[in-house]
Design a protein around this ligand. Structure first.
Ligand SMILES: N[C@@H](CCC(=O)N[C@@H](CS)C(=O)NCC(=O)O)C(=O)O
Length: 239
């Protein structure tokens, strides 16, 4: 049986964290809303239905048979177990989940740089506030988050390219994605932060070279970054 991923069809967004895990595992999945208008309608119907006790608040969400799970980090907690992309012990699973929630915080902040006043308004209506917010994000927040992940990696044996233990977890895939997105959106600021976080940069490179991920990145299943998504490149916000 194949997983069904529900996410907006035109952006990588938070759906990309789920796609990377499914791709790395070689798991069969349908990217429902991307496949057809009917798929989009199916996604909206799940969000709007009143009968399901556990209908999610927003995409991404995933169904596995009758079971539905929403919230990126919760989906990854579920898939990590199913697809052997997280540790088996409870402490390790929770640590991996904690790393993912920290990445989610960073993703939220990256989004809020271009939408500091509100997600329902256009970027053009909040440019001044975005400029102010971007300054702090570049000088304080990107270095702080990437510096923390560097410290996590430094606690692991030299040369290890994994955040948790000695094998790949969904946290490595998500660190790749957030670094890739930040590099697109804030190339100068992220380049500077990565120069001080060489092990984070090494994880990014290593994930991109994993055979299934490399094939995925070259395929048309990987949407390009764009200015509708979470990681947007506006030159003025990169300083
Ligand atoms: N915390 C949720 C956030 C979900 C979310 O914000 N989804 C966006 C797309 S990336 C959305 O469609 N939001 C609709 C809304 O907030 O009204 C997660 O990590 O999955």
């Amino acid at each position: 049986m194949s997983y069904r991923l529900y996410y907006w069809p035109e952006i990588q967004g938070r759906g990309e964290f789920i796609r990377l895990v499914l791709e790395e595992a070689g798991a069969p999945y349908a990217d429902v809303a991307r496949e057809s208008k009917k798929g989009m309608a199916e996604m909206m119907a799940i969000l709007e239905r009143d009968t399901a006790g556990r209908a999610p608040f927003a995409p991404p969400f995933l169904s596995d048979g009758d079971f539905i799970v929403g919230q990126t980090a919760a989906i990854l907690l579920y898939l990590g177990d199913k697809l052997a992309l997280s540790p088996k012990d409870e402490a390790g699973r929770l640590w991996t989940h904690q790393l993912q929630l920290t990445i989610a915080d960073l993703v939220n902040e990256a989004h809020d740089v271009h939408h500091p006043i509100g997600a329902v308004r256009y970027y053009e209506d909040q440019k001044l506030e975005a400029l102010r917010r971007a300054g702090d994000f570049r000088s304080e927040r990107i270095p702080k988050f990437l510096g923390w992940f560097e410290r996590v990696l430094n606690r692991n044996p030299k040369g290890s390219e994994h955040l948790v233990g000695s094998s790949i977890t969904y946290a490595d895939l998500s660190l790749f994605q957030v670094v890739d997105g930040l590099t697109y959106a804030f190339p100068t600021a992220t380049g500077r932060a990565l120069a001080n976080a060489p092990r984070v940069a090494a994880v990014h490179r290593a994930v991109a070279q994993r055979p299934r991920i490399a094939a995925y990145l070259k395929s048309n299943r990987r949407l390009p970054f764009n200015e509708k998504g979470i990681f947007r490149h506006y030159a003025e916000l990169d300083g």
